[in-house]
Design a protein around this ligand. Structure first.
Ligand code: SF4
Length: 329
């Protein structure tokens, strides 16, 4: 087997030049007047069994990227290759079949679970729909899943409102696992939970990853959470990916000025390791009319003349560490 085929075999998800625009309509006829460039030309890969974290401020496009990859939103351009198949345009029965292999864990488990259904039915629903299974064997399968996510057997007969936030998220995770997916996209899965239960849910996801051989795209705004979960991390700003690397390299030596500012804001309990916090000037510009050149240039203290006219492309400046910034040309 050549190095190329080994490499190909390890990639579960490949995103190439993905763009997702939201149309803005206006006027009497509600015609499209502009586009929000929510995801603006991002490319990355995730290897089997790996966790790629996607971070950035709220509105940077990370959730839209996750939903587009799952084909819950239509991509405007680019390609999504999942397990060697181009799924960018698949529809109908083919899309339904592929959907078994990728599932989402949502930020707000309460909003994503039907409040009128018992937990046992909520978790078994995808299995009944896909495999037409029912009866005792299915119930046993659900009871085992409940146990694996740390819920007692009697949770089967309860309704979502009878659980705490952390327990509801465990139900959401069990439902996502029901079809034995290959990829889970977790979109801010702990940001709605009390800090005291966040680490329990994160550790649960990590142990399930090993047991079920899962690959994760882990989306969050909290860099400490992403650091805990991820093998590699991509940083998004205004719809674009500005830096991507192994987590050690990103946290120890962030290259992009935006990543440097984000990392400088992480609270450091050890006063000897504390670094000066970088305060960014101004607000994130509108994704309807993003700045020309580098989208970060109006806020960047290192901005040079070319930054306002030439868009920097992601390029590898250290092994496995890519950055989109003219400082590294
Ligand atoms: Fe700053 Fe220029 Fe780098 Fe953008 S390309 S981050 S403006 S130095």
């Amino acid at each position: 087997m050549t190095a190329e085929t080994i490499k190909d075999k390890d990639i579960l998800l490949e995103v190439k030049n993905l763009k997702t625009n939201y149309p803005i309509k206006g006027g009497f006829l509600q015609r499209k007047v502009a586009d929000v460039k929510a995801v603006d030309d991002i490319s990355f890969e995730i290897n089997k069994g790996e966790t790629l974290g996607l971070v950035g401020e709220s509105g940077c496009g990370k959730s839209t990227a996750g939903r587009t990859i799952l084909r819950l939103l239509e991509p405007t351009d680019g390609k999504i290759i999942f397990d060697g198949k181009d799924i960018t345009k698949v529809k109908g029965a083919t899309l339904r079949k592929i959907r078994q292999d990728f599932q989402m864990v949502f930020q707000d488990p309460y909003a994503s679970l039907n409040p009128t259904m018992m937990v046992g039915d909520l978790i078994s629903e995808p299995i009944r729909n896909y495999y037409r299974k029912d009866g005792k064997a299915l119930k046993q399968e659900i009871l085992e899943l409940l146990m694996k996510v740390g819920l007692p057997e009697d949770a089967y007969y309860k309704y979502p409102h009878e659980f705490s936030g952390g327990q509801r998220q465990r139900v959401g995770i069990a439902r996502a696992l029901a079809l034995r997916p290959k990829l889970i996209i977790a979109d801010e899965p702990v940001s709605a939970l009390d800090v005291s239960v966040q680490s329990q849910v994160l550790n649960l996801l990590k142990s399930l990853q090993k047991e079920f051989d899962l690959t994760f795209l882990f989306i969050a705004h909290d860099l400490s959470v992403v650091k805990h979960m991820s093998d590699r991390i991509g940083v998004m700003y205004l719809g674009g990916l500005v830096e991507i690397s192994a987590k050690e390299s990103l946290y120890e030596e962030p290259l992009h000025p935006y990543t440097q500012a984000l990392i400088s804001a992480i609270p450091e309990p050890d006063p000897r390791k504390r670094k000066e916090r970088i305060i960014l000037k101004g607000d994130v510009p509108s994704p309807i009319n993003p700045p020309k050149g580098c989208a970060f240039h109006p806020r960047c203290k290192h901005a040079m003349p070319e930054c306002s006219s030439i868009k920097p492309q992601l390029k590898e400046v250290k092994p496995g560490h890519q950055v989109a910034c003219h400082l590294y040309n």
